[in-house]
Design a protein around this ligand. Sequence first.
Ligand code: F0G
Length: 468
Amino acid sequence: MKRGQLSTWGDLRTIIEPFKIKMVEPIKFTTRGQREAILQRAHFNLFQIAAEDVIIDLLTDSGTAAMSSEQWAGMLRGDESYAGASSWYRFEKVIRDLTGMKHILPTHQGRASERILFELVGGEDKVIPNNNHFDTTRANIEHSGAEAVDLVIDEGLEASSRLPFKGNLDPSKLEALIKKVGAKRIPLCLVTVTNNSNGGQPVSLENLQQIKAICQRHRIPFWLDACRFAENAYLIKQREEGMGNLSAREIASKMFALADGAMISAKKDGLANIGGILMMQDDKLAEKANNLLILTEGFVTYGGLAGRDLEAMAQGFTEVLEEDYLRYRLRSVEYLGEHLLKAGVQIVEPPGGHAIYLDATSFCPHIPPDHFPAQAVVCGLYRHAGIRTVEIGSVMFGASSKAENTTKSPMELVRLAIPRRVYTQSHIDYVIEAVVKVHQQKEKLKGLRIVEQTSALRHFTAKFEEIA
Ligand code: F0G
């Protein structure tokens, strides 16, 4: 794919949102002085800031989608029966039609699926490969005593390399791992679509087929972390040879058909504000998972959710595969990325599915990794424009058990995650202007040191101070 290549709508290039706005939520504006005080009070950790004090919230695309009128209608129809609610059957049918999975377990969100799965298949001595584990996935695997291993292709770790599928899992790295530790120690192999920890980059269908074949040869179950399956499917349609004529739904079905099981956080492509799914083909594993589900989430036909949530999910998983929606969604993320690149801001190229990731190493070369350059950019964007983003770098992935503050993460990134159907093009234009302004004054950004932290998932609560 060439730099600067744009997808278009026929001969019209203006992105229009494929929806009208029926309900609005006011944004409170703050001054720079107010934001400075807020930042200090939050110890430079944006997870500690009230959402009300944020102008544009790009912290996450998770649980932040605007629901459609049909989803809200479903919320009113929600059947709140404890067992066998009609909302459950509607939800189950939508997910079974999409994925072909035999056992579908509802959970309250993605990490609840992870907690159940890794309690069953994880444990001391086990090794779980993935293209890249997301933070909660890694934390749940490590909590079980198992080891989480990232096997993304090398190009996936270079911000400026421009391949269509930088989320791919490297087949030769997987073969080498199996040879090294033995297939018996690998209870399953995950692939995350799209690959959230490396720039929201997609995984090709060809790569999924290759990994499945390797897993099959070694009798290792092949699983998907499929939170963003629809965006991955649409990027396959746009970028993979021979896929352009298939619908996003057909491609998504091909992806799921390869898998022995999948976890989905419905807070992303489910277009829901809460919810998750754990699904699998294996009867024995499903029986054990159902028992754990009842223990901590709820009965098997609601799994920690209200009937109305199941309705929102059933409708969300249907709407997310509409081609007009996906074309707009991918194009609007691309629009943000193209404008930043044009202004000389290095991002993870090419733009991925749900977010644009700034390469903080090139953004502030004067700040070394152990002074958290990406966190410095996160603070700079908030200070300057009230935009909340998240660090995906040595704060999130550096080991916190070391006496030193950090070990290095392979990449120092700032994620600008775009909530689904929430912001319009003028909001995104504001973001572009702000990032470019902060970039022009990048020498003013200051590194940080951690003054307080927890041993796991430290990025949520760590306290920082700026280094003068
Ligand atoms: N897997 C991936 C790839 C994710 O991105 C997330 C969540 C999860 C699993 C866990 O799902 O939040 O429903 O428990 N990612 C969010 C994010 C939090 O901001 O990227 P959850």
